[in-house]
Design a protein around this ligand. Structure first.
Ligand code: PMV
Length: 323
């Protein structure tokens, strides 16, 4: 029997980087998902195909459990299920169908680990709570990213939108985009190390104190105003707040030429506002766009070098079984 499960990617709407020093941030699940199909085998081999990640492999279960590199998070999950729930690793066919660009700061690895954890738990006869799936996903994220903030796994598992403050339980938010606008996400095509950007931003902040203290507190105010703009469904204000948030991110060194090029392309084509999302220096940008201008903005983004472009709503459903 095939166990199928899917989970969403994420974007950070407001507050990335500033969140590292205690400022609140808003993240939300997007309409793009990773879908995992899992079927038990009995011959000791694991077959993995993931066109997006460029993986098409047959590997013995023993080798998989020792795997490094791109398969390390998967190996980590199998070990986690063994240590935590006493589930002996078993061979399977795994097919991963992802709508989420890889390495673009959109949470594809957390969406994978959440969907895999749900499918694997069902294949092995476990019934896990969402919290338990989130813990498993976070384990895999630690292997993939070192010190994940937990935003990606939380969104992949619970979906919706959250207010995230470092060290606190994420607070669920009921956010709705104003009528007639959506978010356009564009991938710069440049992959980067979140850790490196975070270190750079922290060093800029450190060297420019006390000026940077004002930048950080302004970022906190932007998040508060954004919550109000969502409450009053003020699309124009949301756009302006995205632009201001971007200015703050630029000022602490998180932007790049590729990002700015896309942001200006989106604004020139009529976006209400635009900013980088996630770590910056590449990765993805988001723009708030009135629906009648979406086609034009997407075209302009592609012309300006975006690798992939798509429209999304916010607050998509979290991990779920598709069997
Ligand atoms: O690009 P991502 O999804 O890894 O986002 C990183 C978000 C930061 O605020 C820059 C770092 C963090 O851990 O919150």
């Amino acid at each position: 029997m095939v166990e199928k499960a899917s989970a969403p990617g994420k974007i950070i709407l407001f507050g990335e980087h500033f969140v590292v020093k205690g400022i609140q941030s808003i993240a939300t699940a997007i309409d793009l998902r990773v879908t995992v199909s899992l079927e038990e085998r009995s011959d000791g081999y694991v077959y993995i195909s993931s066109p997006r990640a460029g993986i098409d492999a047959k590997i013995s279960l023993e080798s998989l459990l020792r795997a490094e590199g791109v398969l390390a998070p998967l190996a980590g999950l199998l070990r986690y299920f063994k240590d935590r729930y006493g589930v002996d690793p078993r061979p399977f066919n795994l097919h991963v169908e992802s709508q989420i660009p890889v390495g673009a700061g959109l949470g594809s690895s957390a969406a994978f680990s959440a969907a895999f954890s749900l499918a694997y738990s069902r294949m092995t006869g476990l019934t896990l709570t969402r919290k338990e799936i989130a813990m498993a996903s976070l384990e895999a994220e630690k292997i993939a990213h070192g010190r994940p903030s937990g935003i990606d796994s939380t969104i992949a598992v619970y979906g919706g939108s959250i207010l995230y403050v470092k060290g606190e339980e994420p607070k669920p938010l009921t956010l709705r985009l104003p009528e007639g606008v959506s978010i356009i996400v564009a991938d710069t095509g440049r992959e980067r190390s979140t850790r490196q950007v975070v270190e750079h931003v922290l060093s800029v902040a450190e060297r420019t104190r006390p000026a940077s203290d004002h930048i950080y507190s302004a970022a906190g105010e932007i998040v508060r105003l954004a919550l109000q703009a969502f409450a009053s469904q003020d699309a124009r204000l949301l756009g302006i707040l995205m632009d201001v948030n971007q200015g703050l991110l630029y000022s602490v060194g998180a932007s790049s030429y590729e990002i700015e090029k896309l942001l200006f392309a989106a604004r020139r084509a009529g976006a209400l506002g635009a900013k980088l999302t996630g770590a910056g220096w590449g990765g993805s940008i988001i723009a708030l766009v009135e629906d009648f201008l979406a086609g034009r903005v997407k075209e302009e983004l592609l012309r300006s070098g975006a690798r992939e472009v798509f429209s999304t709503g916010i607050g998509a459903e979290g991990v779920k079984s598709e069997s």
